[in-house]
Design a protein around this ligand. Structure first.
Ligand code: SF4
Length: 386
């Protein structure tokens, strides 16, 4: 094999804030794989990878990294991974995707590593510890190691095991909490209870690991939205995670929840109702010091972000600013946001050209296809991101 073809395995997804992290696949797919709203691993079988396989991948990542550094010297960049080195690698089809991935990681210089796929704490503690120690040994400059896991898996680990995993180098766990409302968790087959979410979250924190909890606005539909908002806040208040991340529900036709949409037993929240749901959720966050983020492209209000408790009012103001817009402007904002033109309701004022363009476009769609056509137009824009 030519050196440039060296490769290691990577999985399909990572959290948005890990876009510039080194991605290493430790397990494949999801051991649960039943959540009705989740499209990611459907039709794919979960498997553990052996410690030897994973170590081999880490060694390959190390070799590629060294090779790229050597290339940098050859190109006169004195070991730094700059535009020239990255263009050289991305401009030649002879380099494998793994080379591109490591080159981008070195270029951004985050030093962060994300272990894929959905639930790596499902590994035996001693195996995960072995992998983490090897990773630290091969990449001593790594600044942060994070992974996804599930509350259901974490509650089965002893606190002692979690502490060993922390000591071996795991800095942060991302958990898909989604909701704190038991009837909803059951309905969407999350396979976990609110009480388990609380125990898992608290144990992670007690072990000294940073905790990032993902919440899914919209998951309660129009049927359970209020309970979803209030109970999710209540559960988070009892955990006090380091991060609360909002990632709004979308229902592409390939997820099982789509069937419930079709048969009318589940009704999607409209954007306006979703704004109210988020307002109720934030309103009910109490006594915590978490950082809230809405960095997912599917969120309507990206600026619902800040540190609790001091930024709570600021976050509520973001929602209110949207709610106080005239209906016609809310529509323009929704289209602009989904199309990537707007990041804030303030942008409506600052860019009259985009404003007029969207207004005219929506007028056209409405004339041809009515209000439903407008809603479909916006939904299609959002679904491009799934
Ligand atoms: S546990 Fe996570 S990855 Fe697995 S099916 Fe549920 S949402 Fe998807």
């Amino acid at each position: 094999m030519m050196e440039k073809e060296l490769s290691f395995e990577q999985g399909p997804i990572r959290p948005p804030n890990e876009a510039r992290s080194l991605l290493l696949r430790v397990t494949r797919n999801c051991p649960w794989n039943q959540c009705l709203f989740c499209p990611v691993y459907k039709g794919r079988k979960f498997s553990l990878r052996t410690v030897e396989e994973i170590k081999k991948d880490i060694q390959t990542a190390r070799d590629i990294s060294d090779d790229i550094k050597a290339l940098s010297w050859k190109l006169g960049a004195r070991g730094s991974i700059d535009d020239q080195v990255v263009s050289h690698i991305f401009g030649s089809s002879s380099y494998s995707d793994s080379y591109r991935s490591i080159a981008a990681w070195l270029y951004y210089g985050t030093g962060a590593c994300f272990l894929q796929d959905a639930d790596n704490l499902v590994m035996k503690t001693k195996n995960l510890v072995d992998v983490l120690e090897f990773l630290k040994e091969k990449f001593p400059d790594i600044t942060r190691i994070t992974t996804y896991s599930r509350s259901r898996t974490i509650v089965r680990k002893s606190l002692e095991s979690l502490k060993q995993i922390r000591k071996a180098g795991l800095d942060r766990i991302h958990i898909g909490l989604e909701s704190g409302y038991d009837p909803l968790l059951k309905l969407v087959k999350k396979g976990v209870t609110a009480a388990q979410h609380i125990t898992a979250g608290r144990n992670v924190i007690e072990a000294g690991i940073e905790l990032s909890e993902y919440v899914m606005p919209g998951l309660g539909g129009q049927e359970m939205w209020r309970e979803h908002a209030v109970e999710t806040a209540r559960v988070l208040n009892q955990i006090n995670p380091h991060f609360i991340r909002l990632r709004s529900l979308r229902v592409p036709s390939r997820v099982p929840l789509f069937e419930k949409l079709k048969d009318g037993t589940f009704t999607m929240q409209t954007d306006d109702r979703l704004a109210e749901e988020i307002r109720v959720f934030v309103e009910n966050l109490e006594g915590i010091t978490s950082t809230v983020t809405s960095d997912h492209i599917m969120n309507l209000l990206e600026e619902v972000t800040g540190k609790m408790p001091e930024d709570k009012e600021k976050m509520l103001d973001v929602v209110r600013a949207y709610q106080e817009l005239p209906k016609s402007e809310r529509l323009i904002y929704r289209v602009g946001r989904r199309g990537g033109a707007y990041r804030s309701t303030d942008d409506l004022k600052h860019d009259p050209v985009t404003y007029e363009k969207i207004k005219n476009l929506m007028q056209e769609v409405k004339t041809k296809e009515g209000t439903q056509g407008v809603e479909k137009f916006i939904a299609d824009m959002v679904d491009r991101y799934i």
